[in-house]
Design a protein around this ligand. Structure first.
Ligand SMILES: Nc1ncnc2c1ncn2[C@@H]1O[C@H](COP(=O)(O)OP(=O)(O)OP(=O)(O)O)[C@@H](O)[C@H]1O
Ligand SMILES: [Mg+2]
Length: 231
């Protein structure tokens, strides 16, 4: 389980996270919402260790992660699907998936079958270059690459951003499947209210580096949340 406790983060003098607290449990989806520039990606980067925090703590399985680097957090079971996907355009789909093997023991260097069950297009396009895929297919590839690591915490940064509706549905099914499997906590940054509401067990809404609303799915007040979203 993940606990974010009163976390602050600065970019130089800019105070991007101002005392953020949040928890993520296995078998649950936590949806993080909020307008552009409120600090959603900054929070994921803080959790993954890609940017140092300037106050508070990030606690994983009861132990503070301190200043441990991203590769150490990846080894502990944290994985991120970054905003904008960041797949390798010149590597094939298969090679992109294999980049997820980094740091895994050789016994675990296999692509789990469910990656191809959830995203059959990746099997069909295994030998094609990542850059030849559509945006939606690249998003599926980025999720598949994270699943290769068999993470215990999956951070998804706006996986539906700029993606066609038919693929959004498949991504929703994949998140639902991973939630039901129960061995993974999922933190989903999302700008589409319906997508977030359909998947969320718990939610939080950010504004200017702070969480201004949080609760269980039943507490999601559509009007109030929409007033804090860009789309
Ligand atoms: N590397 C950086 N250096 C300086 N400022 C940054 C950096 N990254 C983000 N910021 C600023 O920090 C604030 C939070 O940015 P962040 O990317 O976390 O927002 P976000 O909620 O993910 O936005 P979006 O919905 O557009 O992805 C913004 O004001 C942004 O301009
Ligand atoms: Mg962002």
């Amino acid at each position: 389980m993940l606990e974010v406790q009163d976390v602050h983060l600065h970019y130089g003098a800019a105070h991007a996270l101002r005392g953020v607290s949040l928890a993520c449990q296995p078998g649950q989806v936590t949806c993080l919402m909020g307008r552009n520039g409120v600090g959603k990606t900054s929070l994921l980067r803080a959790i993954m260790g890609q940017h140092a925090i300037s106050g508070g703590a990030i606690v994983w399985d009861g132990k503070p992660l301190g200043s441990s680097p991203p590769y150490d957090r990846a080894r502990k079971g944290l994985a991120m699907v970054p905003q904008g996907r960041e797949i390798f355009p010149l590597l094939t789909v298969g090679e992109n998936l294999q980049t997820g093997f980094a740091g895994l023991p050789s016994s675990e260097r296999t692509i789990p079958d469910d990656v191809f069950e959830l995203f059959p297009i990746l099997k069909q396009m295994l030998g094609r270059r990542g850059g030849d895929l559509s945006g939606g297919q690249q998003q599926q590839l980025a999720i598949g690459r994270a699943m290769v690591r068999r993470p215990k915490l999956l951070l998804l940064d706006e996986p539906t951003e700029g993606i066609q509706p038919s693929i959004i549905i498949q991504i929703g099914h994949a998140i639902e499947y991973l939630r039901k499997r129960g061995d993974m906590a999922i933190l989903l940054v999302e700008q589409y209210f319906e997508f977030a509401r359909d998947l969320a067990d718990t939610f939080a809404v950010m504004e200017r580096g702070e969480i201004v609303m949080a609760g269980n799915r039943a507490d999601m007040d559509e009007d109030r949340i929409r007033a804090n979203m860009s789309v």
